[in-house]
Design a protein around this ligand. Structure first.
Ligand code: FCB
Length: 482
């Protein structure tokens, strides 16, 4: 392991020990008996989840609301060549008018939670101006969820910025810190009686990599130093909003949804590949979490600067998990931290360019994250699958990986599948479908996919039973049930 090991990883040894003890205890019990959360039926174990476990789906404002014309993504979509299939978000799933129809579907599917984001550009259309009608609409939506027995989790920033903010430099401008804080406090003052589970930011590293390094998302910049500035402002903005939310709401649970990936060396024997994989893991997975837990901004994001407000500013960890990258050292790619990434060629793939289907990676991330000693929510997990062929076994294998982590003592509290409905997938437009519910955007017609029915069976049983696996993905039964 290179000397880059960040301080935030120190707690991991304790959890690895705990996981090892649970594994040893489990293997000491001979089959077939009931143990822990598993009950054996038909010679196969049912994987039961904790009683208060949350099953739901995740969405974001720009991807489902429609006509968010006052933000930087809308402006970006109108530029030729920015969206791979030439579409623009347009009405998308039309949640601004009809979210409740999909809330009905989510409730009927047994979901008891929903993660959604608020659109800053609707709530604050101009600097210093609040739109009470927009806040009223969000009140209605959150109340609508509660009325259906669905606990809301609310994200304050999911990639989009009001145009007025983008025009003054967006997240590069340090003014964003007080501005975001003001927005967060307005939201909690107005809506805090309807929600206590908050995500300040969604996937800060994805935002920085695509917006400021690859330049394929707004603001279309290719400049690592500017990306680093954004990183630091995001840490500060999160930290300040964290304390503001807590000041306004005693029982608030506040975190960030972090996109976390597995980076494995392409060749385990190669010291250089191992170093490159570890470096990416540090930069992409660990550095931001380190900053918002121990308050330190370490290289390459800063020079061991401490931000006192950021210390211990997470109440839980939000895990967005999609895939793994194999990493080979490549001297010709300093801008990519000397790493060449590719999907494991021996694995199952999802749609082109989206990488490997690797459920074990979710288990590994959950075990690693439990080292922070906080509850975990899987705030996103999903697969682009336009024909719904792979999604059923994907759901089962990733839910089983979650169960395995829980059995080993990892405190996972909820599972949010991305996504409830097909929606606008950023630079991929409408070419990548992630929903459990198929949306025909022109007439706004809905059709349940088979995977929605499967997910409902798991959520309603709060378990993965042998019958469910036999019905939906018998080919993986040996992998997920004993
Ligand atoms: C995540 C994003 C989400 C969606 C899924 C597919 O990285 O948070 O908005 O695009 O990927």
């Amino acid at each position: 392991m290179p000397s880059l090991s960040p301080p935030c990883l120190r707690g991991l040894h304790a959890v690895s020990l705990r996981v090892l003890c649970v594994r040893l205890a489990a293997s000491a019990v001979s089959k077939p008996v009931s143990r822990g959360g598993n009950i054996l039926t038909n010679d196969r174990a049912t994987l039961r989840f904790p009683e208060d476990f949350l099953w739901g789906t995740a969405t974001s404002s720009h991807q489902v609301e429609g006509h968010n014309t006052n933000n930087d993504w809308w402006a970006w979509e109108q530029l030729p060549g920015k969206i791979s299939d030439g579409t623009t978000s347009g009405p998308t799933a039309d949640w601004w008018q009809r979210a409740e129809e999909d809330f009905d579907r989510a409730a009927a599917l047994g979901q008891n939670t929903l993660r959604l984001s608020l659109e800053w550009s609707r709530i604050q259309p101009q600097e210093g101006e609040w739109d009470e009608a927009a806040l009223g609409r969000y009140r209605q939506m959150l109340q609508g969820l509660l009325d259906r027995g669905i606990t809301p989790m609310v994200t304050l920033h999911h990639f989009t910025n009001p145009l007025w903010l983008a025009e003054k430099g967006g997240w590069e401008n340090p003014e964003v810190v007080p501005l975001f804080d003001r927005y967060a406090s307005k939201v909690v003052e107005e809506l805090g009686d309807l929600c206590s589970l908050w995500c300040t930011l969604n996937e800060p590293l994805i935002y920085i990599v695509f917006g400021y390094i690859y330049g394929t998302w707004p603001p279309g910049v290719h400049d690592l130093l500017r990306g680093i500035r954004v990183f630091r402002n995001m840490v500060r903005a999160h930290a300040r909003a964290y304390h503001t939310i807590h000041r306004l709401q005693a029982d608030a649970q506040v975190s960030i949804a972090r996109h976390l990936r597995i980076f494995d060396p392409a060749n385990r024997e190669s010291q250089a590949d191992r170093w490159a994989a570890r470096l990416l893991e540090y930069v992409f997975n660990d550095a931001f979490l380190g900053a918002v837990t121990n308050g330190r901004i370490d290289p390459p994001f800063g020079f061991w600067e401490v931000i006192p407000q950021a210390i211990d500013s997470l109440d839980y960890i939000g895990v967005n998990y999609y895939s793994r990258d194999m990493v080979a050292f490549d001297i010709t790619q300093p801008a990519s931290f000397f790493a060449r990434r590719f999907a494991n060629p021996d694995s199952e793939f999802s749609m082109e360019g989206w990488g490997e289907v690797y459920p074990e990676g979710l288990y590994r991330i959950l075990v690693e994250m439990s080292g922070y000693g906080k509850p975990l929510y899987i705030t996103e997990v999903g697969i682009p699958d336009n024909t719904d062929q792979q999604r059923p076994s994907f759901i089962l294998s990733h839910a089983a990986a979650t169960h395995r982590a829980i059995q080993e003592g990892v405190p996972v509290k909820g599972f949010y599948f991305w996504s409830l409905v097909d929606n606008f997938e950023w630079a991929e437009g409408y070419s990548a479908r992630f929903g459990l519910i198929d949306v025909d955007f022109e007439p706004q017609a809905r059709k349940l996919k088979e995977s929605a029915r499967l997910y409902a069976e798991i959520a309603k049983a709060n378990a993965i039973t042998p019958e469910i696996v036999e019905k939906w993905a018998p080919e993986i039964i040996d992998q997920i049930l004993e």
